[in-house]
Ligand binder design. Structure first.
Ligand code: CAA
Length: 380
């Protein structure tokens, strides 16, 4: 397997790195402290083509490949992984669902403004009683002869307060449970759509996460995504792509924390020599570098499988698990290696540690990824 990057992929990586190190780096500490999403910076990412990277030009995308998108997401997440997850939810989940299951009209109506960064999209599956057990949704969309009437509450919705459009999974036939779920595109401006509690979180504090409430929202039939009763499969297929996005976010955090620790060990002197001259710390860095490289292979393989049209559900689950575990491990070790400084905001690694934790939880906990992987192994 050869992951030698093409000149185009290297150019995307370089431009995302430069954008992150200048624009996002400048405000990341303030944005984290204020729990504020850098909306102007995100719009700029859209203008620069990052949001639409892996999608066809006819819908406002850049016609690029999936690995290029992963490389950009990694670079953004190295500096501000809250922006990384907002980007991943818009690109992998919201736009991914439309690309996978939208019809021509839906793609032309609901993709271009999101892919150019002017608007944002979101993905509404989780409910208070339907987290890991995603099929346990209680939100309903009942056909009244003219349109669907949507009622229910979705929680932990990334981009909830910022989004203009929501991909929503609801029961069109409550008696059929999983087979009664259907996906829809719902507009924020429609009557009956409102934002509930905005979450106060441990990490990814710049990302905006909230409840989204649907109260007798009238949804036209044209907004159904895929077929009636196929909403669970639509969401699961979409999450396979989303998990590649979270893996890229995790790998970005791991690499960001590693770089900070690396520079620190070279510059900081204790006991009359730079820290890296302590074999314990040098060996620790060797282990972390190896862990990051292993995770990177898993991620680039999943992205390449998706790009080549191969089945990528299991590679995505493996990449998500390995990259996000690496994020947590490397960030924790980085804080420890920086000692007292590591615990302080201006060294960034404490934020990376807080941000890393959620990557092991959302878009399917890492235990759920093991369910996906083992289920596939034993079914075979
Ligand atoms: N692609 C297509 N179809 C799929 C699929 C996939 N990857 N996975 C499952 N399906 C289909 C199955 O084929 C099956 O269809 P049939 O009934 O026709 O055979 C149907 O879906 C049900 O599949 P399962 O029996 O495997 O379903 P399950 O109820 O046992 O659940 C699960 C499986 C893996 C546990 C699933 O519920 C799951 O992934 N849970 C985690 C939920 C999750 O990831 N939530 C993320 C929320 S979004 C988020 O976090 C975004 C954010 O804000 C950052």
């Amino acid at each position: 397997m050869n992951f030698e990057l093409t000149p185009q992929q290297k150019a995307v990586q370089q431009s995302a790195r430069q954008f992150a190190q200048t624009v996002l780096q400048e405000t990341v500490l303030e944005d984290d402290a204020a729990g504020r999403f850098p909306e102007e910076a995100y719009k700029k990412m859209g203008e620069m083509g990052f949001v639409g990277l892996p999608f066809p030009k006819e819908y406002g995308g850049q016609g690029g490949d999936y690995l290029s998108y992963v490389l950009a997401l990694e670079e953004i997440s190295k500096i501000n992984s809250s922006v990384g997850i907002a980007y991943s939810v818009c690109t992998s989940l919201y736009s991914g669902a439309l690309i996978n299951d939208g019809n021509e009209e839906q793609k032309k109506k609901y993709l271009p403004e999101v892919l150019s960064g002017k608007k944002m999209g979101s993905f509404c599956l989780t409910e208070p009683d339907a987290g890991s057990d995603a099929a346990g949704c209680k939100t309903t969309a009942i056909w009244n002869g003219k349109e669907y009437i949507l009622n229910g509450l979705k929680c932990f919705i990334t981009n909830g307060p910022l989004a203009d459009y929501y991909m929503v999974v609801a029961l069109t036939n409550p008696e059929l449970k999983t087979k009664g779920l259907t996906a829809f595109i719902v507009e924020r401006e429609w009557e009956g759509v409102s934002i509930g509690k905005i979450e106060d979180k441990c990490g990814i504090r710049c990302a905006q996460v909230s409840e989204v409430i649907f109260d007798n929202v009238r949804v036209p039939k044209e907004n159904m995504l895929g077929e009636e009763g196929k909403g669970f499969a639509v969401a699961m297929k979409d999450l396979d792509g989303g998990r590649i996005g979270v893996a890229a976010q995790g790998l970005g955090i791991a690499k960001g924390a590693y770089d900070i620790a690396f520079n620190y060990l070279k510059e900081r002197e204790q006991f009359g020599k730079p820290l890296y001259k302590n074999q314990y710390l040098a060996f620790k860095m060797a282990e972390l570098e190896t862990e990051i490289e292993m995770a990177q292979y898993m991620l680039y393989k999943a992205a390449t499988d998706k790009q080549e049209g191969k089945s990528y559900s299991v590679p995505a689950a493996k990449a998500k698990m390995v990259c996000t575990d690496a994020a947590m491990h490397v960030a924790t070790e980085a804080v420890q290696m920086l000692g007292g400084n590591g615990y302080m905001k201006e060294y960034h690694v404490e934020r990376m540690l807080r941000d890393a934790k959620i990557t092991q939880i959302y878009e399917g906990t890492n235990e759920i990824q093991k369910l996906v992987i083992s289920g596939n192994m034993f079914r075979k």
